[in-house]
Design a protein around this ligand. Structure first.
Ligand SMILES: Cc1ncc(C[n+]2csc(CCOP(=O)(O)OP(=O)(O)O)c2C)c(N)n1
Ligand SMILES: [Mg+2]
Length: 801
């Protein structure tokens, strides 16, 4: 092994005196021993963590054993200001940075709502996060922090976010407005570290991102932890040639090409790991281009997770190999071989670490369980008070399991005490027990529901309403020209805004919203991407998490499905799963509804609103409304999808004078035609068909009130639709989604949530498209989607009933 003993200490950030100090052999030795101590500590956490699950103190556990040494090495090169988008094996990395400690780690394992610092008890263990935004929604000092984006469980999901977080550095570097980004970036000189398991590289996300990173050349450092398995499935069944570095040869950078620099290194070889990361991370930091480390020969000493055991699928030879090549064992051997320490010292260290982990684990457990036990005692006492002997015996029976449980859950308290009230119907202390349960529920429930959206000052729902101003000589433009004019001004005024997507840069999008703007505002801010919807969305997400305001375009609504995983699992859950520590005010812009055929006229709004709770979903009927919504969204911190109507780009619209100022509030429907006989609730392009039908119905003596809901998420916050229903006593919900899609949601909101059923003279109806995808051409559209005649027929029937 070619190893310079001082090599791994040469951090460029150290000042001269510190460097001088560390050039002493003693300092080197202490540092290496402290690294080994960290590896031991992390291993002990894994061992005890698993035991906590198996003895019933925690629900599930997934640990970082077998990956310790590599993570200690890579943490050396992670600097303040850098970002990480990783996965559930990174505990040692986090211990080494000080992002977690033993007590906090166990608090998360116990899902302690008060003390899990990363998710407030919402996320599984080893899913870390640091603060990106403060309680007021303002971005924190990311330049002087270790920035850990909140982890998700879906494998490879972290890749697309990582691309965006790395790419944001490119944006900061090329911006003319660096002075405005001083808390967000050190002039774009940071690196995004992305960790992923070997098997997860089989996912499309991985391939999309390595290709995109090779093209766009962002400072992304990918670490593939190769332990040979994805749960039970070996690499030979996952990866071409059984090796991700071999499979990636075509993407590897060569002289004069773009691409990714690729390194391989063994996960048990401390010295080589330090050396390789030092070289590779310096390279990416200096050149701002991507690098990938294939870290081979890692192990899983305890198997994949607490669900199941690896003895079921690993051969005894493999298990023996894993024991021999365990990275901690190898590091220990290396320490002794190089006479850096002695067997006695190591044994002492091992005992000390075990005691330390046990101590902090216990502290975390006490913190977690004490308040629950206090509540349990309080509830049990109330439930026993004032009972006669027979009832007391019954109640003691009912409470037996709860009282004797070593690890009672809150739900056990609710169950047992409710059972008491159900069985002892004339309980003398009934009111006190009920009050106790209600108060406890009220206190605890918010922990599990809060932060789905921003709740503080930067909640998009708090954006003040600014009405559009129309001057007498206001220009009248086509819808696409309204957008074009707006984006032009927006990009002039707001340096945080970026726009990109397929065909968006050079030709200015397929409907010319950005026509001519790339030349004017620069290829760095308005640009084309490859056809890669998932990572377009992820790229925008990562940028938004770093404080930029990207507007990422998905060319047609139908293709949003390619990115729905990232939208649903990552973007929509971010604020919630990080317990409000992080926000992604990304805007996904797309266009949709009626056009042509099976793959160009979808309106899968039911899919979207069900998958995207945690995002806002705007469905403007025209481009002026769309602009007002863009303005609103840009003033808040929440992620949103905005669907422009394909049949709106050539609609003539009057342009407000305050086009970059006026706002359309979210969750406020608009009555676009008043009427007395029936309320028609709809949104987007279907409104134009409804307006046509309403004119003909009017000629037939039926006076329709048409309401544009404007946003599906949130939906009619002030129950304005109910006001209309109280007047007309008839209501129909019309859209072009499948039957039972978004129209069922509208129905549920008004009839159930708003209590609309009380004001109905006839049964409420929904009218949607057919269950199949829309057939091609105008007749296909006519027979597949709600048409004017159908609307007239259904409404006439409702009036006649
Ligand atoms: C999209 C998705 N599919 C399946 C799973 C279930 N799952 C969790 S981890 C895992 C294996 C991942 O293996 P690898 O990427 O090699 O990481 P390792 O656990 O070995 O470190 C699977 C299949 C998941 N979390 N997400
Ligand atoms: Mg694996």
């Amino acid at each position: 092994m070619n190893f310079d003993p001082y090599f791994c200490l040469m951090e460029s950030t150290l000042d001269a005196t510190a460097k001088q100090d560390m050039l002493s052999f003693e300092a080197f030795r202490n540092s290496v021993i402290s690294d080994y101590r960290m590896a031991l500590l992390s291993r002990e956490v894994s061992l005890l963590g698993r035991r906590e699950v198996l003895t019933g103190k925690a629900k599930f556990g997934i640990f970082g054993d077998g990956k310790e040494v590599a993570q200690i090495a890579l943490a050396k090169f992670f600097q303040k200001g850098d970002f990480r988008s990783g996965y559930y094996r990174d505990q040692t990395f986090m211990f080494a940075l000080g992002v977690t400690n033993v007590e906090d780690y166990f608090s998360q394992l116990y899902s302690d709502v008060y003390h899990d610092p990363y998710s407030g008890g919402k996320n599984m263990n080893a899913h870390f996060a640091t603060e990106f935004v403060n309680k007021n929604g303002l971005w924190s000092d990311l330049v002087n922090s270790y920035n850990i984006s909140a982890d998700i469980a879906p494998t490879a999901g972290q890749m697309v976010r990582a691309l965006g977080m790395a790419f944001a550095s490119n944006c900061f570097r090329s911006s003319k407005h660096k002075d405005q980004f001083s808390n967000l970036s050190n002039n774009g000189n940071e690196v995004c570290f992305c960790t992923i398991g070997d098997a997860s590289t089989s996912e499309g996300h991985f391939w999309e991102v390595v290709n995109a990173a090779g093209v766009i050349q962002a400072p992304l450092a990918i670490f593939v932890y190769d332990d040979g398995y994805g749960i039970s499935v070996p690499t030979s069944l996952q990866t071409t040639k059984g090796s991700i570095s071999e499979a990636l040869k075509g993407i590897e950078i060569e002289h004069g090409t773009n691409g990714i620099k690729i390194y391989t290194v063994k996960g048990w070889d401390y010295a080589a790991l330090c050396e390789t990361f030092e070289e590779g991370i310096s390279y990416t930091r200096e050149t701002h281009t991507p690098v990938l480390f294939h870290i081979q020969e890692m192990t899983q000493p305890q198997g994949h997770s607490t669900s199941g055991s690896h003895e079921r699928y690993k051969s005894s030879e493999r298990l023996q190999w894993e024991r021999e090549w365990d990275c901690n064992k190898k590091m220990r051997e290396w320490l002794l071989l190089n006479e850096l320490t002695t067997e006695d010292i190591l044994q002492e260290l091992e005992i000390e670490v075990k005691q330390e982990v046990r101590f902090f684990k216990l502290a975390a457990w006490e913190k977690y369980i004490s308040p629950i036990k206090e509540k349990l005692i309080e509830g049990v006492q109330l439930a026993q008070e004032g009972l006669n002997d027979t009832d007391l015996k019954l109640v003691l029976d009912l409470l037996h399991d709860l009282v004797h449980s070593k690890e009672p859950l809150k739900r056990d308290i609710f169950r047992a005490l409710n059972l008491v009230l159900e069985k002892v119907t004339n309980h003398p202390n009934k009111i006190a027990v009920r009050d106790f349960l209600d108060a406890y529920y009220k206190q605890q429930a918010p922990f599990y529901s809060k932060d789905l959206y921003n709740e503080g000052p930067l909640s998009t729902l708090n954006v003040s309403v600014v009405e559009p101003i129309y001057t007498v000589d206001a220009p009248i433009l086509n819808g696409y020209e309204v957008l074009n004019h707006y984006f032009d001004l927006l990009f002039e005024q707001n340096p945080f805004v970026y726009a990109f997507g397929e065909d968006l840069g050079n030709i200015g999008d397929v409907n010319q919203g950005f026509a001519g703007l790339q030349i004017k505002h620069g290829v760095d801010r308005i640009f084309d991407t490859g056809i890669r919807e998932q990572s377009i969305i992820g790229q925008a997400h990562g940028m938004a998490m770093r404080g930029l305001r990207p507007i990422a375009e998905i060319q047609y609504l139908d293709y949003l499905l390619y990115g729905i995983q990232t939208l649903s699992d990552d973007i929509a859950t971010l604020h919630y799963r990080s317990n409000g520590l992080q926000s992604s005010p990304v805007i996904i812009r797309t266009r949709g509804h009626r056009l042509e055929g099976i793959f160009h006229s979808g309106s899968p709004m039911g899919v979207i609103i069900n998958a995207l709770r945690g995002m806002y979903v705007c469905v403007p009927r025209n481009m002026v409304q769309a602009v007002g919504m863009y303005n609103t969204l840009l003033r808040g911190n929440d992620p949103a999808l905005l669907i422009e109507c394909l049949n709106g780009y050539r609609l003539k619209e009057t342009v407000p004078a305050n086009i970059t100022e006026f706002t359309v509030p979210l969750g406020k429907p608009e009555v676009i035609k008043e009427g007395n006989d029936i309320t028609i609730v709809s949104y987007g392009s279907t409104l134009r068909i409804i307006e046509d039908a309403a004119i003909r119905l009017n000629d037939m003596g039926i006076d329709c009130e048409i309401i544009d809901v404007q946003t599906l998420l949130p939906f009619d916050i002030n129950h304005q639709i109910l006001v209309s229903l109280k007047k007309t006593n008839r209501i129909i919900f019309i859209d072009e989604d499948v039957p039972g899609g978004a129209s069922a949601y509208l129905y549920q909101q008004v009839i159930e949530v708003q209590g609309g059923y009380r004001y109905l003279d006839v049964a409420a109806r929904t009218l949607s498209a057919k269950a199949h995808r829309p057939a091609f051409a105008s007749d296909g559209d006519y027979f597949s989607k709600p048409n004017t005649e159908e609307i007239i027929k259904v409404i006439s029937e409702m009036i006649a009933e």
